[in-house]
Design a binder for this molecule. Structure first.
Ligand code: CA
Length: 226
């Protein structure tokens, strides 16, 4: 999962990043100001944005408006010391999914992220059924015909990402970006994506799962059950 933290308090931004990294396979990019946030959101498509409203060079609300217009699938959580009803309503009205007042517990933030993403992607369901596949997005486990294959974190993340984009072609670059975030630019080829997908398909097929992941030659992959 790829998250962007837009926050000018460096210590807070780093503690959020370290906390999230420790729990799940979450990659966090950091934007310490408005202009960096705009630059990164134009380059990458994030699963979730955590946005502070008071930034040194602009208003976090403007970023939220922009991102929600371009990609409604991105979850947005405001973190702010501004705790008036007016600020909350303004934030939620322009498309933020949730609002946390500073200071907050990191575990609370993590719970809100999970719930926002479930709501956006899976209508609030934590267990998805796709053909013979059962994906538990909270425990981060899957079952095929009742049996549990042993997936690596990257394999699980790729599968979840493909299912989220079911019936749509997903490029290798966007899969790489989804796993690695800003660092995906450091790789000159996406061979590692190919390897993860190959292993993932093999593990599923071995348990009797139809090969739902199809290669789209020269482009990427598509998840289709029909
Ligand atoms: Ca601030």
């Amino acid at each position: 999962m790829l998250i962007l933290i837009v926050e000018d308090e460096k210590e807070l931004a780093l503690s959020i990043r370290d906390y999230l990294k420790g729990i799940q396979d979450i990659t966090c990019d950091l934007a310490p100001n408005f202009s960096k946030a705009v630059e990164l959101t134009e380059l990458y498509s994030y699963d979730c944005l955590i946005v502070d409203l008071g930034l040194p060079d602009g208003d976090g609300l403007e970023i939220i408006k922009k991102v929600k217009t371009e990609d409604a699938q991105t979850g947005i959580i405001i973190i702010s010391a501004r705790d008036t009803l007016d600020d909350r309503l303004k934030g939620l009205n322009i498309g933020a999914d949730d609002y946390l007042t500073k200071p907050f517990h990191l575990s609370e933030l993590q719970a809100r992220i999970a719930s926002v993403l479930r709501r956006i992607r899976f209508d609030g369901k934590s267990i998805l059924k796709e053909g013979v596949l059962e994906v538990d997005t909270v425990q981060r486990k899957i079952k095929v015909n009742g049996k549990e294959p042993d997936l690596t974190k990257s394999e699980f993340n790729i599968l979840e990402y493909l299912i989220t984009n079911k019936n749509k072609v997903v490029t290798k670059a966007s899969i790489a970006e989804h796993i690695l975030g800003e660092y995906s630019d450091m790789y000159s080829s996406y061979d590692f994506v190919y390897t993860h997908i190959k292993n993932l398909r093999k593990k599923l097929v071995e348990l009797g799962c139809p090969d739902y992941i199809k290669t789209v030659y020269g482009t990427g992959y598509i998840f289709e059950t029909a």
